[in-house]
Each structure stands twice: as structure tokens, then as C-alpha cells.
Ligand binder design. Sequence first.
Ligand code: GLN
Length: 532
Amino acid sequence: METKYIFVTGGVVSSLGKGIISASIGKLLQARGFKVTIQKFDPYINIDPGTLNPYEHGECYVTMDGMETDLDLGHYERFTGIHTTRNNSVTTGRIYKTVIDRERRGDYLGKTIQVVPHITDEIKRRMLREDEKDEQLDFVITEVGGTIGDIESAPFMEAIRQLRWQLGRNAVCVHLTYVPYLKAADELKTKPTQHSVKELQSMGIQPDILVLRTERHLDDALRMKVASFCNVDLECVVQSEDLPSIYEVPVNMQRQGLDAAIMRKIGIPVGETPAMKAWHDFLDKQRNAKREVHIGLVGKYDLQDAYKSIRESLNLAGIYNDVKAKIHFVNSEEITSQNVSEKLEGLAGIVICPGFGMRGIEGKIVAAEYTRTHDIPTFGICLGMQMMVIEFARNVLGYKDANSREMDEQTPHNVIDIMVEQKNITQMGGTMRLGAYECELVKGSRAFEAYGNETLIKERHRHRYEFNNAYKVEYEAKGMKCVGINPAADLVEIVEIPEKRWYIGTQFHPEYSSTVLHPHPLFMDFIKACRS
Ligand code: GLN
């Protein structure tokens, strides 16, 4: 089958959940046996979100091949289980960089370089995934960030317009809008949707399918009105009501025939509706998981999206453990040794979050000491693991001034040190140790058991600092074991204290590879310990 292209745009307001809709479309097509990928095009100028503060753009998600990307790629992977790559996340900055680098090389042979056609051609090339010629895909879903009408997304819209023309029936445009409910008038309003579609049409794009986000149910008359004002078939006006969980969205979309509408537009026989049994089993489990287990997220970003993948990994592991993981954010900047017992009261376990820089680290160290000495299940991730290591050095090994070189260049006890290959790096963007690396597990360790007795695993990384092997013998003698090692570079990837109920730190980020149908084994084991 020739590859088909689905473009997903959004109008009216941002934060409508375009990522969830794109991921759901991906899931539904996959359920029909198609090979799918989902990519995100973001209109900002940063080359990638790696240098962005999480307050700007939420978590930075990392692909297996080491690209720092938008958090929507996390939804794509969690919903579909596919592995995205560096070509699945593209920004305006990257597009321009490619074109400008080419211009400097002289590739354009004296031509004037312009937004149209040079920038739009580069966008089209990437939308068509011309760098990944080997992959045989049935569907490429392209989500465009931002909202219709933004100045910066105009070149993306022009590229979609041209591709639609070129691809004919092999392209489908899905547009997501918002239907607000006005309480005073007791009415749902379609005007913003009409305006948003007009805006799209003014750029030469006629949407094939409209997904209307709404807090209230939309009746047929309203859908009919939208259909006739926007030149869209009634069956192609789908509503996406607020649901108790984002994982209900694919099923809700399937019920309304969103995937069938896409197939019809393209001219593929619709056939039977896939049963999606595993997904439904998961949803049943989710609905039945009533008992709450309270987990603390010890971090410095008081923002839902900053630790998105960790939150989702905990949720998923909770559901598979038949409990509801209730997540409580605990601001590490506010934790002191005086108030720590109060701050962590009632929590069955804590996750010490990843991060960069000094702010809030002392609170993480205090939390790590408290949970270690009170034997509360604790999961340290990346910086969180490093803080567990520092706490142990200060309070067990007796090095009161132990620290990471990241926080204190002069520390005499640099139990966390800069990685050798990072020493001479001056450019900040995309230069960390990124992506998947191997890790050998020590037989008999808790981590080894959690991974189902696997000896060699692969996990994703995003860091510049590491455990200092000069201290390894001391740590192990005093009870903190190095149970996961990267064989190529001899880097410590996992530490644990076996005598505790669950006290594990990982230098890597397991949260990036937890999916709906395959929750991550470490999160599973952690929740199991918290639940008991
Ligand atoms: N700042 C730490 C490092 O660079 C940890 C990074 C992280 O938590 N992702 O090593």
C-alpha cells in the first residue's frame, strides 16, 4: 500500500489535546493492522526542546536514538508502543538550520533562498519522511503544534496545502477545535469552530474531519450545523468530550467512527471494527482500580507537564497493580530536616525527580535520608538517583561535604562527577549523554528480579554527570550496591540498598519507555512495594 498522510492541526485555543487525538488515531489504525508512525512539527525556533525550561514547554522527552523532543512523543509511544526517532520531532529552528547550512555549502547554486519554496520544501521533505526511505509505513500522522492563525505556523500550513494537492486522496486533514459552553446562555457555541475552519480555508486547506473538543455532549443538530457551515460530512464531525482518562479517548473515537471516516476519505474498505481486546482489558482494570496508593513526587517544578512521563508511568503501573496511584507533588525547595516528616506524611512511597542545577537539591537529599532511614519505598531517577548517592555519602560514609561536581566544582568528595567525554563540551544543545545505552544487571539484585531476571537491558539517558567509580568499593561495603553497569563505559546505571524494602536509583529514565500495554517493570515493582 502507498503511504498515506494524515495532518492534524488545532484551532481556537491551545491545550486541546491534539497529541492525544494524534496518538489515538495512531492506535486505531494500528489496531486495523497498519504500520504507523506519528511525528510532531513545532513552530518554535529552538532546534529542539532540550534547552527549554520545563515551565516553557513541559517535560523534554527522549527518543531511543537520543533526540530531545516534545512531550507529545511520549503520548505517541505510550499509546502505540512504537519507537519514535529523531525524525519524529521537527522544529522551525531545525528546518531553518538545514536550509541555512545548505545555503552556506553552496548547494543552492546562487539562488535567492526564500520561505516559499525553500523552507516549505524542507518542511514537505520531512513531512514525507524522505530521510527514512527504508521504512515501509502505511500511515504517517503529522501533528502541527500551535494554533491556526499563529504567524509562525504559516509555513507549515502552506506545506500541508501543497502536499494535499500533490498527494490527492492519500492525504487527510484532521482539524481539532473547541466548542465552548456558555453557562449564562446555557448554550454550546459553534462560532469559534466556524472561524477556525474559515482561517484554515483562507490558507487553502479544507479539513476533511473535524474533532470538536467539548465539556458537554453535542447533539446531532449541532454537529449538523458545524458540518454544513464547514463543508464537512456529518460522519466526519466527531466530538471529543472530557473523559475520566486520556486512555478512554481511542475507544471513544472508534465508537464515533473516526478511523472509519479516515479510511473512507482515503478510499480503503472499512471492514470490521477491531476489538482492541488488550486495550479494553486495560480500561477495565483502570475502572476497577479503586484502592488509592499515595505517591510523592519530590521535585522542583510545580507543573503537571514537567514530569509527565513519570506521572503516566506511575498511573499505568498502579492500574496493573490494581490500585490508583494518587500522585502528590512535594516541592523539594520547601523540604527541610525539620518539616520532612510532615511533608512526606501519609505517602506510601516517593519518587525523587530528575533535574538540573542547585535549586531544590538539598530538599531532595533530606527526603532521601528520611525515606532511607524510615524504610519508605524510594525511586530516584537521574538527578534523583544522584541525590540518593550524595545523601548516602554524607550520612553513611561520613563525607559531610559530598556533592556532585554539577553543584559544587570544588567539592573534595565528588561522589557524582562529570563524565569524561563531557569535560570539554561548551555547546549546551543536544550534547548530553542521550538516548538508549545498555545496562548489565547484577544477578540476584532487586532490579534484576524486577526486570524478570533479564541480564542485559537498554534504557534511555539524559545527563552529563555520573557516579564516581572511585567510591564504589566504599558504597558497596556500607550497603549501597551498584547493580546495573553500562558494559562499554563501566558507568554505574543503577544503585540499590538491598536491605531496604525498595530503595533504587537509576541514572537512566525508565519513564520514557513505559507504555499502556507494557508498563515499565521498575515502576511495576515500585508500586507493588508501595502497595504492600
Ligand atoms: N543534572 C544531572 C546530570 O546532568 C541529572 C540530569 C537529569 O536528571 N536528567 O547528570
